[in-house]
Design a protein around this ligand. Structure first.
Ligand code: GLN
Length: 475
């Protein structure tokens, strides 16, 4: 059995379809592992008992999936890592979850996350921090840290998360797995508990690039319940490319210099050499406004969050504070005790940035910067097929190392936020180790270039041959 659990999800699905693997065994094997997880990667695991009815011929062939807590799952706790949603069991499934189920992937577990996806370390969860399976004294990244740790530890074959400013790519990098943030609108946001609606995007966290393509293909599509969803112009193909001949890679100097750890830069440079050997041309490029992306993001995202989070008033969902004197006191007590410190910080920042006296100076300006960042990328696509950067400036850091310094925490998103603001896809693949910990390599492409991006990442992945050690150990 442990051999079956070590397979990639695509290989497991193929095994099920060929009649060589029993999907019920796969289900029980992963359920047992998830229930025994020692990284606090999960906030809910499917109960023991009959495995869900499984369609052997379905595209995902019964390979179970772990889902970030903020996706609504019918009758199953969906708390977005927050105390304010404690006990909330939605009456419906998020569209992505529904699509995965329909494609044959049953819900294995809900994964831990930073509260309302605000964070880069999964230490902002009301349900305790998640540990990195490579080194349990370190963070798995965030906010989809539970999903990343679960896949890296081998306690889930694959998982989904959300990325607003880096929350799929950065934890994937810190846990040595693959994470893809699709083009904004490729996947419906219906049923995702909202953080910043113009940025939030669901995507896969997987052991390899092929699994990412398979999972993405099952999730994409226009959805009448989300008017911003558009799907992808062509079906997602499984990647097959083994070289990069004719591919032009741009390396933005703004995102590959100051602030990036030497070990991360060394792995990045070695990966660029791999790309050259595969036939790519690699040239420096400029994204002049990228250094302002973080400042713009940390106005726009909190502004949208302050509006989205106004709905938590103790009346409609989850937690309600006891002993309030009157209605207003009930609202304030519920929010005081229901939200964690980072969420309150963002609500205050966002409310301030949107206030009538400061709207133009902060929010309006940040939106202008956002446009400039998109234009930088558009100009880059005239010369390049993809942009390459490290995914995160450092390897996984120690638990508690950055919790007292929000700005240091925000800097983790330095290389991922520009793509989020521009709405373009980005993928992180493991490029090797630095100090024994995984490093992520990010490739970003024009909107809707997912098939080409997956192909390029697949070629690089094949040439690197990264050994995903912790899950091998778990097997
Ligand atoms: N770390 C970033 C933040 O705290 C991004 C989070 C995300 O992508 N959800 O906002």
């Amino acid at each position: 059995m442990s051999e079956a659990l070590s397979l990639s999800a695509a290989a497991a699905a193929a095994g099920v379809r060929a009649g060589e693997l029993d999907p019920a065994e796969l289900w029980h094997g992963f359920r047992t592992r998830a229930a025994g997880d020692d990284c606090n990667a999960f906030v809910w695991v499917a109960p023991d008992g009959e495995p869900p009815a499984i369609e052997r011929d379905a595209p995902l062939a019964g390979v179970p999936v772990a889902v970030k807590d903020l996706f609504c799952t019918k009758g199953v706790p969906s708390q977005a890592g927050s105390r304010i949603l404690a006990g909330y069991r939605p009456p419906y499934d998020a569209t992505s979850v529904e699509r995965l189920n329909a494609a044959g992937a049953p819900l294995l577990a809900k994964t831990n996350q930073d509260e309302f996806a605000m964070g880069s370390s999964t230490e902002n969860s009301a349900y305790g921090p998640t540990l990195n399976p490579w080194d349990r004294a370190r963070v798995p990244g965030g906010s989809s840290g539970g999903s990343a740790a679960a896949v890296a530890a081998g306690s889930a074959p694959w998982a989904i998360g959300t990325d607003t400013g880096g929350s799929i790519r950065q934890p994937a990098a810190l846990c040595g797995i693959v994470g893809l943030k699709p083009t904004y609108g490729a996947i419906s946001r219906y049923g995702m508990i909202a953080f910043a609606s113009s940025l939030d995007q669901a995507g896969p966290l997987t052991r390899d690039v092929t699994d990412a393509a398979l999972l993405l293909g099952a999730m994409v599509g226009k959805d009448p319940c989300d008017s911003t969803s558009v799907g992808l112009p062509e079906p997602v193909r499984l990647p097959s490319r083994s070289d990069l001949r004719g591919v032009r890679l741009g390396v933005p100097e703004e995102l590959t210099g100051e602030g990036i750890e030497p070990g991360v830069l060394a792995s990045f440079d070695a990966t660029l050499d791999v790309a050259r050997e595969l036939g790519a041309t690699v040239e420096p490029c400029r994204l002049p406004h990228a250094p302002h992306a973080l400042s713009a993001y940390y106005l726009i995202a909190p502004a949208e969050a302050s509006s989205n989070l106004a709905r938590y008033d103790g009346v409609r969902y989850g937690f309600r504070a006891d002993g309030a004197r009157d209605l207003l006191h009930m609202y304030t007590e519920t929010r005081e005790h229901g939200f964690g410190a980072e969420v309150k910080r963002r609500i205050m920042l966002g409310t301030y940035a949107l206030s009538s006296g400061y709207y133009d100076a902060y929010y309006g300006r940040a939106q202008k910067v956002r446009t400039r960042i998109s234009e930088d990328f558009k100009a880059a696509w005239e010369r390049f097929d993809f942009i390459a950067t490290p995914t995160a400036p450092s390897v996984a850091f120690e638990l508690g190392a950055k919790t007292a310094d929000p700005l240091a925490m925000y800097l983790n998103d330095f290389c991922t936020v520009p793509m989020s603001l521009a709405g373009i896809p980005g993928i992180s693949i493991p490029s090797g180790l630095s100090e024994g910990l995984p490093v992520g390599f990010q490739l970003a492409g024009p909107a809707f270039s997912e098939n080409a991006l997956l192909d390029a990442a697949y070629a690089v992945e094949g040439a690197i041959g990264f050994d995903a050690a912790p899950w091998r150990r778990a097997a």
